[in-house]
Write a protein that binds this ligand. Sequence first.
Ligand code: NOJ
Length: 775
Amino acid sequence: MSKQISVIALTFGFIFLIIIFGCDNKASETTQNSKSNFNNNIERKVDSVLGLMHLNEKIGQLVQYSGKWNATGPSSSKNDQHKLNKLKKGEVGSMLNVVSVASVRETQRIVMEHSRLKIPLIFGYDVIHGYKTMFPIPLGETASWDLDIIKASAAIAAKESAASGVNWTFAPMIDVSRDARWGRVMEGAGEDPYLNTVVGVARIKGFQGDDLSQTNTIAACAKHFAGYGFAEAGRDYNTVNIGEYELHNTILPPFKAAAKAGVATFMNAFNDIDGIPATGHKVLQRDILKREWDWNGFVVSDWGSIGEMIAHGYAEDKRHATEIAMNAGSDMDMESYAYEAHLESLLKENKVTIHQIDDAVKRVLRLKFQLGLFDDPFKYCNEQREMDHVYTEEHLAISREVAKKSIVLLKNENKLLPISKDVKSIAVIGSLAHDKDSPLGNWRAKATYNSAVSLLEGVKNAIGENTKIHYAKGVDLTIPTLEAGANQFLYPLKFNTTDDSGIAEAVEVAKKSEVVLLAIGENAYQTGEGRSQTNIGFLGLQNDLLEAIYKVNKNIVVVLMNGRPMALSRVSEITPAILECWHLGSESGNAIADVLFGDYNPSGKLPVSFPHHVGQEPLYYNQKNTGRPYSNKHVTFSSYRDAPKSALYPFGFGLSYTVFKYDNLNFDKTEIDRNGRIKVSVEVSNKGDRDGEEVVQLYIRDLVGSLVRPIKELKGFEKIMLKSGETKTVSFTIDAKILQFYTASKKWEVEPGDFEIFVGGNSKTTLKSRITVIE
Ligand code: NOJ
């Protein structure tokens, strides 16, 4: 770097940067052509800034610290003074968990006033399903199969975050996850690669909009790259044993789509894959993501995951871990304090290269330019916006829309639902029914403690004074409940297994009511990071409560609140109606009431299989056949002796208050070559007496392949509205994109042969026909 330039930069600091780099961050106003000029401009600016930087400043851009306000990992080993000194020297690139305009402004000010080059910080935060207005947990929201509302909810989360100083979210999580024991199943889009792909892209588009420099959009982060959702035995952070083909066919597709959709950042993962920690995985990060997919964002490590390669037994010490991570393409160090300590000496010893460091720094600077932070480091710090744009009536109304569309009707015998608003008496039972906190779910960002509309409140809001509502808690699920402001990572969940003193009252209440709404399931903190469980049933004394009520009133509607698939065998055996309500966010109770009383006809479909028993896990519809798949009648076929083999409620399943019928599956041809297309159409009719929405799903099966192929794979869906009595024709196009997979030749290609094409309302559909792909 020329000494002259650095002296000028030192003298004029940030003003100098603005003068030479300009303030023209107006991508949205440009045409496609000038957009590429804009990108070229950014590249020039990035190079110019890089040219001004000293090595310590470059390394600093690759360092991310957590603010003390809201740690989301094991507490950091460095004290605030250390962080402050580093900020002043311009040796920090990003902060996480620093939120609110006041805190962000103050932290950015330190860098702007003290550092030599005044390179602004990016502020990251886990905005997973809303910032202050809470939306359903991501798994629940996925059950809507409605990409527009998923995008809209992410856009609102972005708007609220951006108004509060945050310009980067660590979302979406697009880990395909197939084990209900894994607590983080709540944070993604479930067990299917295609659904994770389209939902992930919708979320990215919602967060990032068309233009990152706007003050209502934020950078997104595709995580956790890769394989984190395949933790052995569903135990969080556990090892992942998958082969190369599973990696390519199941785990990578959502990430590839995210990269293509322009996601600003990736986060790597805590787990190892086949012996190589994801954080130190060169093939994943350098070869596939950056080279093959040609993606130019940056990869942030997960919290402390560089340092954790020591515990894995993959690195001798932090220095070695730094060498591995940088060589593997992990660009930013979140809370390992490894890069800041060791990159410089590793460079001197040629263990890492200046090219690697420069490339990583350029990736970070690029995003800072895209966000417009060089134009105005305080652009996300506007108190007025923070007051006006966060937790508004409009956002809450949209949250209610999203929530009601996320509810899945699992069972409805004798049309117990919807309940007439003229009903004389309703029992509302369960501690979850009166819980204003659990519906906010885990990863709730800045949600206010106890701010959700509870089920009881929702019911009261929905029905008139002529109906008697009898509430009884029955049993407490946990002891004690989480205190306001407590750090959930330190909160020990203790289940109530002894105090059944409230059951008698609940029974009395059930006796005197026409219908019982029984809210059971999981507390918000039973799922999320580090929240794996071996028991996916009803903890505490909830089973006792259910059995006691069943004895006195059979008209039970189970209102499930949970963050993972649960084992519902007994519930499903004895109760006539089950409504899967996840953790639905701020408007939970109102949205559930919309469905209970028929103001909204439920349209959600499961994004995960619900087993009969935890022993079936991992359970997913898109499994492969064994060599002995066909019969349950003989013991030497692949099945269980004490439980069914398949799901109790399968992937894609969900009922409506009306009935849909599928007829006339038609193909415009049945034979194509590898580049051909087939148009499939099906007639869907609403045979009931209510209008309703149906998710029409398309599955394929590749009958013989160079690798064993799944027995069904989702390849498309469309959510349609049908009036009572109406019939619509829904069409899908089948082309190479749909039929190809990562074959034994290690290429994405279509293999000639026969395919079955299925269409229907869930993954168990048998409506199918065969097509052939010829050479
Ligand atoms: C660890 C989690 O795995 C990751 O998803 C999250 O973004 C970081 N902590 C930061 O909170």
